[in-house]
Design a binder for this molecule. Sequence first.
Ligand SMILES: Nc1ncnc2c1ncn2[C@@H]1O[C@H](COP(=O)(O)OP(=O)(O)O)[C@@H](O)[C@H]1O
Ligand SMILES: [Mg+2]
Length: 281
Amino acid sequence: MEWKREELRVEKEIGEPILVVENAMKAFGGLQALNNISFEVRRGEILSIIGPNGAGKSVMLNCINGLPGYRLDSGRIVFDGQDITNWPPHKRAHIGISRTFQKIELFGGMTVLDNVKLGRHMKMNTGWWDGGIYWGKAVKEEAKHRKWIEEKVFETCEIEIYRNRITGMLPYGVQKRIELARALAMGPRLLLLDEPMAGLNLEEVEDMTRFILDANEEKEWNCTIILVEHDMGVVMDISDRVIVFDWGAKIADGPPEEVQNKPEVIRAYLGEVEETYITRR
Ligand SMILES: Nc1ncnc2c1ncn2[C@@H]1O[C@H](COP(=O)(O)OP(=O)(O)O)[C@@H](O)[C@H]1O
Ligand SMILES: [Mg+2]
């Protein structure tokens, strides 16, 4: 495994913590999926969470975004100074936490535009998206938001040409971009990405890397990002900091070049190589 960090990034300001996770515990039956996890993410950062399959990475993202069934047993999650540990997901979305899923969660029968608009609806005051009949203010709002989606979101993820296509009929790589587009459509401050590179070919990985850097770029989307990713090339290239999970525990936290050489990290990954992505339970 060769990990080489290339400088893909411009210098940027890393601010104060925007998200703080304190002593997070989450068990499923006898399985301790999160075992006393603490870390923070600073404004402007790309923080990657890596670790073998089954380590608790997706569970961590689910707890941060408040997915039903993923409330912490104990510990705290603080976003922008507010304790959001027990908030419902829509309220977290409203204050700017948005995500993509490891397994694509799009409405296959809907057009690309409609899928991305669904991401946007959190920010809207009128219920244009489910009525089908638009009046007055709602017509104007719909038009304004559609224009913004087409100009800004579609442009970032390079999916303009698929605008009216049925999502489920599009290639997997395009659907991964639509997932990112839907997450960006919310105008998030914190973006949680769960294996955005999984299943992509080399060229698609390069494109997706560029979109993620745009999402992070202060003058573009200015999102703080938590990236869960198995592609170590990408992780080493674009992360400001990396934390490593193994069996629900955090075993390392630091700059990419430092973390990759830690013996406990190498040990966790050697196990992974032998099991080649078979989930450990
Ligand atoms: N809803 C759930 N019910 C029971 N077990 C779960 C649930 N979600 C996750 N797990 C278990 O928690 C562990 C960590 O899972 P996960 O966070 O998905 O791993 P990964 O690091 O690969 O993303 C796994 O053993 C998984 O089976
Ligand atoms: Mg996962």
